[in-house]
Design a protein around this ligand. Structure first.
Ligand code: GDP
Length: 402
């Protein structure tokens, strides 16, 4: 059975965690393909809230193998803390796997991230300071450390001695005080390796074996399409490909093995980090949405009219395609189509026909505008606060024990 990819369609925080958790139940393996602990999924099951930064959402089901693919950059401290947190809360983590080929975020990556952002002043990218970008840079420069290196003292010593010389010089030039030395870092890294040893495997083969067995695999995207390094508003983007193809590359899944891509979007847009955001609201509605943080269609109850941006005006011209060039986006004026709102809270609605009429119209308009069917609607953060719109084959597959 082929794979399903779940990907964010905006700037992240769309609720991919909730969508993945909801869709994961009948699958046997969930794999994450890119990004680092800058991503954060919040999953609410009953009264319990789980916050995950690295381990894919499927981990909450005991039958699911949760895989961190080779395209993810892993901060070992975050991974260990996440494993400990889950174990403390009674979640079985023995099936968590991390690719030996995934790159490691080391303390000097975080120091570089912070120092570089500080040096950029107003032009800063708005990174989370977690070293994601610098770790991806090292991966491309072929100077990075991979998870498998944490298991080998000789390799760690050789690689760290070589790379730290350059890192010290760059940190110094950015005015950072950190002056990392190899010895303590080797010991620290070996400690992480010892702890993570049972989890480090060749995940590409693991994922491919699952697909060969006919298991359904879910690929969990991180961040969002508009933050994609190729297709987003460069340079205000993340350091990896956040589109479905990027998630697949890092998960070890070929294009012909995917038969379904589910894009997750909020009923409105918010943006984290820096960069132009033409439809940003600077009024009390914007403040209300931002302060409520929680996203999705339930948040729009009580807002009237609801304004859907359908195109932009840039230098007097109407532009239908989203301009990824940051300075064009900076000048883009949104062109809106207004929709009447609704006042009823909709958290308890479970079928489309029970939604207020104006909410249904809004959903249909988004569908028409995007040209794709909306199959799931989220009306609240909790797992069951979901409207399943259409019959989807994967929801009806029997669970195959892992
Ligand atoms: P991700 O990065 O795309 O996985 O997004 P998060 O998991 O961080 O989601 C952002 C927030 O939205 C979290 O606090 C979720 O619990 C919350 N959330 C998800 N779906 C809904 C929804 O339908 N309604 C509301 N109000 N909040 C939601």
């Amino acid at each position: 059975m082929p794979a399903t990819v779940i990907v964010g369609l905006q700037w992240g925080d769309e609720g991919k965690g909730k969508a993945t958790d909801f869709l994961a139940e009948p699958v046997t393996l969930v794999v994450r393909g890119h990004g680092g602990d800058n991503a954060g999924h919040t999953i609410v099951v009953g009264d319990e809230t789980f916050k995950l930064h690295l381990i894919p959402a499927g981990v909450l089901y005991p039958h699911i193998t949760a895989v961190i693919g080779s395209g993810v950059v892993v901060n070992p401290e975050t991974l260990i803390a996440e494993l400990d947190m889950l174990a403390e809360r009674g979640i079985d983590t023995t099936k968590v796997r991390a690719s030996g080929a995934a790159h490691v975020i080391l303390p000097y990556h975080r120091a570089l991230d912070t120092a570089r952002e500080a040096s950029l002043g107003n032009g800063r990218v708005g990174t989370t300071g977690r070293g994601i970008g610098p770790a991806y840079e090292d991966r491309a420069a072929r100077t990075g450390l991979r998870m498998e290196d944490l298991l080998d003292r000789a390799v760690l010593e050789r690689k760290l001695v070589r790379v730290l010389k350059e890192k010290r010089a760059v940190l110094d030039s950015l005015g950072a005080e950190a002056s990392p030395s190899a010895e303590p870092l080797v010991e620290q890294a070996l400690g992480w390796g010892e702890r993570l040893r049972p989890h480090i495997v060749d995940t590409t083969w693991l994922v491919q074996a699952a697909l060969r067995r006919g298991d359904h695999v879910l690929v969990e995207g991180a961040q969002g399409t508009l933050l994609d390094i190729d297709h987003g508003s460069y340079p205000y983007v993340t350091s990896s490909n956040a589109i479905a193809a990027g998630a697949c590359a890092g998960a070890g899944i070929g294009p012909l093995q995917v038969d379904e891509v589910m894009g997750v979007t909020k009923a409105y847009a918010t943006r984290v980090g820096s960069g132009p955001f033409p439809t940003e609201l600077h009024d009390e509605i914007g403040e209300g949405i931002a302060s409520r943080v929680l996203n999705k269609i339930d948040i729009l109850s009580g807002i009237d009219p609801i304004r859907l941006c359908i195109a932009y005006e840039i230098d007097g011209r109407r532009v239908e395609a989203w301009p990824s060039q940051a300075d064009l986006l900076e000048r883009a004026l949104p062109i809106y189509r207004d929709f009447p709102g609704w006042t009823e809270p909709i958290h308890d609605v479970r079928t489309l026909r029970d939604l207020p009429e104006n909410a249904r119209h809004y959903v249909t308009a988004i569908e028409e505008q995007a040209g794709v069917p909306i199959v799931l609607l989220s009306v609240g953060p909790e797992r069951t606060q979901t409207i399943e719109r259409a019959w989807r084959p994967m929801r009806h597959q029997p669970v195959v024990p892992g």
